[in-house]
Design a protein around this ligand. Structure first.
Ligand SMILES: [Fe+2]
Length: 293
């Protein structure tokens, strides 16, 4: 796939770090207009209490309003398993289209079964405004963005590239954090390696923005690096690490990881583009399938 790379386009990127889930949400702005996109927003949940609030999304909305921006897109790099998306809440306040990879249908099929969703749960991605295929382009004001298909962590993962900035989703972490797990249903370590190599085939100076950072070894939270830095230093794929090394390491490591704390509510909400499921009377409810995951 020949992607429409244009390093002369340099979007303004502002990052919002969510301390509860270690997620970084981005506002990506066209330098030549007032148009922007939001990538990977977060809804707040106190799962123990079953309480949902929108402090993080409200901060994002306030920034967009204060800067007088028009929101064109609300992008999900994938169906996140560790936080809930605030996409519909933001769309309700600011407009914009919600976009995700077209393989969302695979994720909906898998987790539609896990959560025993009825036929009213559509598995065709129709909850989203746009479903991207590999190489699909879209506009943020005057900037052309494109989506790269990067499965492995999940089947619907895409990296979004806007000029000289790429939003890595959960393919890569910062060089000292390595890579995301590949053991969720539909995940695959070999596929993840190949997807990471695709990302690292972008020009060396491409700015890479992470979706998560956990501050390994006590360092302060960071989210921005470059393709060159990842190629040289990434502890899972950089330097002389081979595909075989990666698959072995990733598979052994994943076998020891606990499930993310918010995986059960996250999947139910995120596979619906951020809408909370409702019971037969229309009340918002989340299910907990016992031994289902
Ligand atoms: Fe993820």
């Amino acid at each position: 796939m020949a992607y429409p790379i244009d390093l002369t386009v340099k979007p303004y990127v502002s990052a919002h770090f969510d301390e509860m889930t270690n997620t970084i949400t981005y506002i990506v702005k066209d330098p030549n207009s007032d148009h922007c996109a939001v990538i990977d927003s977060v809804m707040d949940i106190d799962y123990a209490a079953g309480r949902i609030t929108y402090e993080a999304a409200d901060r994002l909305i306030a920034e967009i309003k204060e800067r007088g921006l028009t929101l064109d897109w609300i992008i999900e790099t994938h169906v996140h398993a560790d936080h809930l998306s605030a996409a519909p809440y933001i769309q309700d306040k600011l407009g914009g289209k919600i976009g995700v990879g077209e393989k969302i249908m695979v994720v909906q099929e898998t987790f539609g079964k896990v959560f025993n969703e009825g036929t009213e749960f559509e598995r065709d991605g129709s909850q989203f405004d746009a479903l991207f295929k590999d190489g699909d382009t879209y506009m943020i004001g005057g900037m052309q963005a494109f989506a790269m298909y990067t499965p492995g962590h999940t089947p619907a993962c895409m990296v979004h590239v806007v000029g000289n900035a790429a939003f890595a989703g959960d393919t890569l972490f910062m060089p000292d954090g390595g890579s995301a797990r590949a053991d969720f249903p539909g995940g695959d370590a070999a596929e993840l390696y190949d997807s990471i190599m695709k990302v690292l085939s972008l020009p060396d100076e491409t700015r890479l923005f992470m979706c998560h950072d956990y501050g390994p070894n006590g360092r302060a939270i960071e989210w921005e690096t470059t393709v060159a830095e990842q190629k040289a230093e990434n502890i899972h794929v950089g330097g002389d690490k081979t595909r075989e090394d990666f698959i072995k390491f990733r598979t052994e490591r994943d076998a020891q990881l606990a499930m993310p704390k918010l995986i059960i509510p996250s999947l139910q909400v995120n596979m619906r583009a951020g809408e909370i499921p409702k019971d037969k009377d229309g009340n918002p409810v989340l299910k907990v399938p016992v031994n289902g995951l």
